[in-house]
Ligand binder design. Structure first.
Ligand code: NAI
Length: 648
């Protein structure tokens, strides 16, 4: 047996070497330079031992390998330094591929980024049916750089490999089998047997044969045409100026796709350059901020097994559905059975879209229980209230439910702005009240603000954080002040946009300025989507703190029922739910002025929030705005952008 800090090598009775990975002091295996180097040493041992085959497996419960060690990316300052890191992995993975015995990666749980690339340097892969295999690199501003871009295309063909690399979306084991990414996808109990069998039957190295269609695609004309299509598809999702990585990958393949050696070299060169771009460094920073938000959830280990949601409207209905999808038992109450029925219908649509398998869809539906009478209140670990935004109505509900609630259960409110201390006055145990503020649409928005009142117990807030991470969202603690953080900063920006329309600017030009800056949606489209009535109400609520004057025309439109997308007419007219837009007619200079006005409002309000302590620090503010509004992630957040532009 040979052992390094992370790797353990042993040989079974059949003479097959098993190389186990268990990176010390980490919940998941990550490929740091040290781990990659140590893999090289283990390969020396494998060669010396004359093994009949090699199986690489992870001893971590969570999965195979989560990826390269992103922390190390932050120390890389120049493209040359980046290249040294990448060249090390290339060298070791090439040796793995070059071993003269059959090699196999045995994959359970996550197998991502550098981990998937390592598995691709093996001849064969056996995955657990539900394993998650993916290339998330584009989210960090790069693409697979440890030989994965070359090997994935060789194995699966351009279409599947490019889709995985360009979108960053993972696939489950079963689908990976259909795509040719793995050789077998089996239940956990059969994994070992499948691996041993494949190695025994293989006898020798895998020989790659390129199907005719791939040969045609790989011809110089084929590559030219396919690359054009890929660029077009990718441009629909991201702007090449903001996110150059996917386009660099397509260009690289278009140039060198018929020459493996040059592809490997080009991969090293291109990814090294991408790694040190400011966009990449910003995205890497956000990756760690996301971890910081997740870590709030570690302050408690109280799992929520049953949540009772009161109010099955837009928010309550969707929160209930999301929780049921994440495995929690949900009882859903409303004063109107019709509303509950509509919420359950919406939930069924969500489950079908996300879970697909009928067995899983049915299980999620079984967990979502209509509860007109509120019987769930007495049994739930958490009662989450999402009824109308009105202090008196919410308080009278609290008075009626508090005596029924289980000892130790948390009372959460989804209020978008009523102060916790006002809500708590009617409670016998105000320490159990906490704000858990979701964003609309619930299934899409990752951020959830959490709000403690003066009397909220520390433990209650900790349970709220744990709950938010339990349902795979990101908790952000904010102060109980008007609009909390995200709406407080977003509203002045929306009002600036609305005022510009009042001044006679074309809505399309305003939206274009924002999306060209990197916002996921223009402010005018956003206002229409949220609903002009809701915008108006929030704007009025926040007028005292933001100092914004709400234009009269907005009030008139709302009175006339012109509410935006939901009524078919707002700033834009909607045809089958899609806005009918004209071409934006704007000069560069004018567009720049619009952008400056919009973004200045965001930056100024953000600074005010920091001064007032609405959120603990600038990093958390940045995380909140990126994960709560989609604020241009490649710019690293509002305050990071302001600092980079000298606007602090
Ligand atoms: P909604 O009007 O769609 O739903 C409220 C539901 O509560 C209705 O179905 C109503 O029948 C029910 N309800 C009212 N009083 C009740 C009672 N005493 N017992 C049982 N059910 C009762 O409202 P929406 O938009 O879902 O908002 C709910 C809460 O979430 C509000 O506090 C709102 O401020 C907040 N919120 C709303 C967001 C949005 O975008 N709509 C975003 C974030 C928070």
């Amino acid at each position: 047996m040979s052992k390094s800090q992370a790797w353990t090598l042993e040989t079974d009775e059949q003479g097959v070497a098993w190389l186990h990975l268990d990176v010390p002091d980490k919940g998941a295996n990550v490929l740091s330079q040290a781990v990659v180097k140590a893999l090289g040493d283990q390969l020396d041992e494998v060669e010396k031992n004359d093994a009949k085959g090699l199986i690489i497996v992870s001893d971590k419960k969570a999965g195979f390998i989560a990826g390269a060690d992103v922390e190390e990316f932050t120390h890389v300052k120049t493209a040359e330094e980046a290249k040294a890191v990448i060249a090390l992995a290339h060298g070791v993975f090439n040796r793995l591929q070059g071993l003269n015995i059959p090699t196999l990666a045995l994959i359970h749980g996550h197998c991502l980024g550098g981990g998937l690339e390592l598995s691709l340097a093996c001849d064969y892969r056996v995955a657990e049916e539900t394993a998650s295999l993916g290339f998330p690199e584009v989210m960090l501003g790069i693409f697979p750089g440890f030989g994965g871009s070359v090997r994935s295309i060789r194995l699966m063909g351009v279409q599947h490999a490019m889709t995985m690399m360009l979108t960053g979306r993972p696939v489950v084991g079963k689908r990976a089998k259909r795509m040719g990414l793995v050789d077998a996808a089996v239940p956990e109990r059969q994994m070992k047997r499948a691996a041993v069998q494949i190695i025994a039957q293989a006898g020798s190295k895998r020989v790659y044969q390129t199907p005719l269609l791939q040969k045609v695609i790989n011809s110089s004309l084929g590559r030219k045409l396919v690359a054009m299509g890929l660029r077009k598809m990718t441009r629909k999702r991201v702007n090449p100026k903001h996110y150059p990585a996917p386009f660099a990958l397509i260009d690289m393949w278009a140039r060198f796709g018929n020459n493996t050696k040059r592809m490997f070299q080009a991969e090293m060169d291109t990814v090294s350059k991408l790694l040190v771009l400011p966009q990449t460094q910003n995205l890497v920073r956000l990756f760690f901020l996301q971890d910081r938000l997740k870590s709030f959830g570690k302050a408690s280990d109280a799992k929520i097994n049953h949540i009772h949601v009161i109010g099955a409207g837009v928010m309550g209905g969707d929160i209930a559905a999301w929780c049921a999808m994440q495995g929690i038992k949900v009882t859903l109450q409303d004063q109107d059975m019709q509303v509950i029925a509509r919420a359950i219908k919406r939930a069924a649509g969500l489950f079908q879209k996300k879970l697909r398998e009928p067995r899983l869809v049915q299980a999620a539906l079984d967990r979502l229980i209509p509860d007109l009478a509120g019987l769930g209140i007495a049994e739930a670990d958490m009662v989450l209230e999402a009824i109308v935004e009105n202090l008196d109505i919410k308080q009278s509900l609290y008075q009626s439910i508090e005596p029924k609630m289980k000892q130790g259960a948390v009372l959460a409110t989804n209020t978008s702005g009523i102060p916790m201390d006002d809500l708590a006055t009617v409670l016998t145990a105000p320490e159990r009240l906490v704000g858990i503020h979701f964003f609309n649409p619930v299934a899409k928005m990752k951020l959830v603000e959490t709000i403690a009142g003066k009397k909220t117990a520390k433990e209650t807030l900790a349970i709220a954080h744990r709950f938010v991470t339990q349902i795979r969202k990101l908790p952000l603690p904010v102060k109980s002040s008007p609009g909390f953080l995200v709406n407080r900063i977003l509203m002045p920006y929306l009002m600036e946009a609305v005022n510009m329309v009042d001044e006679g600017k074309q809505p399309e030009c305003i939206d274009k300025a924002a999306t060209d800056f990197g916002m996921p949606m223009g402010p005018i489209t956003l206002a229409d989507t949220v609903g002009l009535d809701i915008c108006l109400a929030v704007a009025h609520d926040l007028a005292d703190v933001t100092g914004d004057k709400v234009p009269e025309f907005l009030q008139t439109w709302v009175e006339q029922g012109r509410l935006g997308k939901k009524s078919g007419q707002g700033f834009y007219r909607y045809n089958k739910g899609k806005p009918v837009m004209s071409k934006a007619n704007v000069s560069n200079k004018e567009q720049q002025e619009i952008t400056d006005r919009l973004i200045t409002r965001i930056v100024d309000e953000a600074k005010r929030c920091l001064d007032e302590g609405v959120v603990e620090d600038a990093d958390l503010l940045d995380a909140g705005m990126v994960f709560g509004t989609g604020f241009a992630p490649f710019r690293g957040g509002v305050m990071k952008y302001a600092a980079d532009e000298g606007k602090l």
